[in-house]
Write a protein that binds this ligand. Structure first.
Ligand code: DLL
Length: 433
């Protein structure tokens, strides 16, 4: 289902023209209203009038998360306060949270982006959307809510947590669509199994999952447990929240709502813009935002742009499912390791659950040591000790061959790793570096 064919299927050159006009307008606004951006543009020796083609975007300065923190709370606001109608913030595990301030027009952009996102997953006005993303300062709850209203679906604003009630509502209201983090979807499924609820027999038939990294294997597991189709959705607080990019039925990458959010991929070390297909750091410019628009915001997410036409008919460029983040890459004894690689390897090993915790420490020898705690399936755990020992050493071998590092595997009981109702925590790094 294509929510807005006029924009989503627009001829590419026509879209570039609109993007250039919006970029010029944005640069003018930021230059005249936001001292931070005026200074940055002056330092880079570029004026808004120097933008003649959309590729000139490369001449504009980047914005980083640190810039947002330094300008907390209102330093990047580009309109008068009385035009702001809503605010969201990231959880900000370290330092100050990042703030996004929305005008009415920004909310309209969000509603449209999320309506396209949910429609991409087949949502229509006939659907009942059980929205278990957190409501509050986090963008997940509100974003899906606005999108569902725009599509005309019925939305159940559950927020996260209270699993028992979630399952009751899922069953009693016959929800047809589930929206939450992929890890929470799996947790709900585990609890349903425990409570003797057969999810496969319920009307739930599709879901939009995002806000954290998840593998294709995790997707297969969710689809199997619910007998549903699971779609990947991407976004971040700084840009709008969810709704930046989404999968269509072809599921060959996520379509970027690029009339609103202009994507680039750069080499994270040099800042050089890379070509389609090349892996690097994803950067966004919020072409049409008013409250807190951003120029070339460095997301730290690693992916590549896919330019080939998509079978669905949309002409927007896509981004590949995320490969990881520049900042959650672990460097273990000099080797770069992403938690997503560990997860991918793990799900291929029979007998394990996709629940794991990576604990990194620095031992007496000053070498990095990694303990990988892995939950095993119930029937395997009650197996004889020798079976468990074999499984343990198999995981160690697989990790060694896939990651090129040795780590110690500890098998743990089903459900012993703490579940999260939002984003899952996969890494504890105890190294004092
Ligand atoms: O997580 C917004 C969101 C809500 C997206 C609901 C999707 C669904 P933040 O809390 O600011 O915003 O976190 C943004 O989460 O930079 C990525 O690293 C990660 N992330 C988001 N979606 C995905 C995804 C929301 N589909 C950060 N796959 C981003 C992998 C994702 N990582």
């Amino acid at each position: 289902m294509i929510h807005n064919p006029e924009y989503e299927c627009m001829e590419v050159q026509a879209r570039r023209k609109l993007q250039l006009a919006a970029l010029k307008n944005l640069a003018e606004t930021l230059y005249s209203r936001v001292p931070f951006y005026r200074k940055r543009m002056d330092e880079a020796g570029i004026k808004p009038r120097d933008l003649h083609s959309i590729n000139d975007i490369e001449k504009l300065p980047f914005t980083t998360k640190d810039d947002l923190r330094v300008n907390y709370p209102h330093g990047l606001r580009a309109c008068p306060q009385d035009r702001i109608v809503e605010v969201h913030m990231s959880s900000g595990t370290t330092g100050k949270p990042v703030v996004n301030e929305y005008t009415i027009k920004d909310l309209d952009i969000w509603q449209q982006s999320m309506a396209r996102t949910l429609s991409g997953a087949g949502c229509t006005r006939d659907d009942i959307v059980q929205n278990c993303y957190g409501y509050g300062l986090f963008t997940g709850g509100a974003g899906v809510h606005y999108g569902a209203l725009t599509v005309g679906a019925e939305v159940l604003p559950m927020s996260s947590g209270n699993t028992e009630r979630q399952l009751m509502i899922l069953r009693d209201f016959g929800s047809t669509m589930l929206t939450c983090t992929p890890s929470y979807a799996l947790y709900l499924a585990e609890e349903a199994a425990e409570a003797g609820i057969d999810l496969r027999a319920l009307p739930i038939s599709k879901g939009c999952f995002g806000a954290e990294a998840w593998s294709d294997n995790m997707r297969a597991e969710i689809e199997d447990r619910y007998n549903m189709k699971a779609y990947d959705i991407y976004g971040l607080t700084e840009i709008i929240g969810p709704g930046v990019a989404f999968e269509c039925e072809a599921q060959k990458g996520m379509h970027v709502n690029e009339d609103f959010f202009y994507p680039e991929i750069i080499d994270p070390k040099t800042g050089k813009v890379l070509s389609a297909g090349e892996k690097g750091e994803l950067v966004f410019t919020t072409l049409t935002r008013e409250g807190t628009p951003l120029l070339r915001y460095r997301t730290r997410d690693i992916t590549c742009i896919i330019e080939e036409p998509c079978a669905c008919g949309r002409t927007t460029r896509r981004i590949h499912r995320l490969f990881g983040r520049t900042d959650d890459m672990l460097i273990i004894r000099g080797v770069n390791v992403f938690p997503s690689q560990i997860e991918q390897a793990l799900i291929e090993i029979e007998g394990t659950e996709p629940q794991y915790l990576i604990i990194v420490s620095r031992g007496e020898s000053h070498l990095d040591e990694v303990e990988l705690q892995v939950e095993v399936k119930k029937d395997v755990f009650s197996d004889e000790t020798r079976g468990l020992e074999n499984l343990r050493s198999r995981i160690e071998q697989v990790m060694k061959s896939k990651l090129q590092i040795s780590l110690k595997v500890k098998l743990v009981e089903p459900k012993s790793i703490e579940r999260s109702v939002g984003k899952a925590k996969r890494v504890i790094d105890n190294r004092k570096i």
